[in-house]
Design a protein. Structure first.
Length: 209
């Protein structure tokens, strides 16, 4: 690993960084120099990867999201405003086909502001950018996620949405392309609606269920 261009340096340059991936810039490959297909926990550099993941995640200029393929995605502060514009838009792809459990959890977060949760419904909301999630360790030692509304997150961080939703999507798509990635990995493409023959949008497509 290049000490002067480690994970955070790569994130500063590109704006986006995954935890692990075969092709897109990611922390595991930066540290190991390899494109791992299995879990990185058993790798000889596993402890170093873990340390750097936490270092990047805790940086004040870093947002942890499920932006790309529902995977852990680190987002640099300069991309927060366009991401916030997209996340708070409430577009059809965010809610169409949402599970009953996901809908109930979304209503709870909207009502309470912050909810500690886990499981499929929690991930579903994060992957559709309906909430912001932050991993925590409970007193029992379990890994759970603290979900909060994007409005609460924006107030807490001082971030403001910038530009239109279309402009926000364009900025994020440009960032993905600039790093050699496919925009199909972004949620508004993964959860896009497919119109049926009668002209109503009823089916949801996902490139990574």
């Amino acid at each position: 690993m290049n000490a002067t261009h480690g994970p955070y340096g790569a994130l500063q340059t590109g704006g986006l960084l995954l935890l692990q991936d075969k092709t897109f810039p990611n922390i595991v490959t930066i540290v190991t120099g390899e494109s791992l297909t299995g879990s990185w926990w058993a790798h000889p550099l596993g402890h170093e990867i873990f340390r750097l993941v936490n270092e990047v995640a805790d940086h004040p200029d870093v947002l942890v999201s499920k932006l790309l393929d529902g995977k852990i995605t680190f987002v640099h502060r300069r991309l927060w405003p366009p991401l916030l514009a997209v996340a708070m838009a409430g577009e059809a792809w965010q809610t169409a086909g949402l599970s009953r459990e996901g809908s109930a959890l979304l209503e709870q977060v909207a009502r309470e502001g912050t909810v500690v949760s886990s499981g499929a419904a929690s991930k579903e909301l994060e992957c559709r950018l309906l909430v912001h999630g932050n991993q925590i360790h409970t007193e029992s030692g379990k890994h759970q996620t603290r979900l909060e509304t994007w409005q609460d997150w924006a107030l807490r961080t001082g971030c403001k949405a910038r530009g239109s939703v279309a402009q926000g999507r364009a900025v994020l798509e440009a960032a993905v392309r600039g790093l050699g990635g496919s925009v199909e990995r972004l949620p508004w493409h993964r959860f896009k609606l497919k119109s049926n023959r009668r002209g109503s949008s009823t089916k949801r497509q996902s490139s990574n269920p």
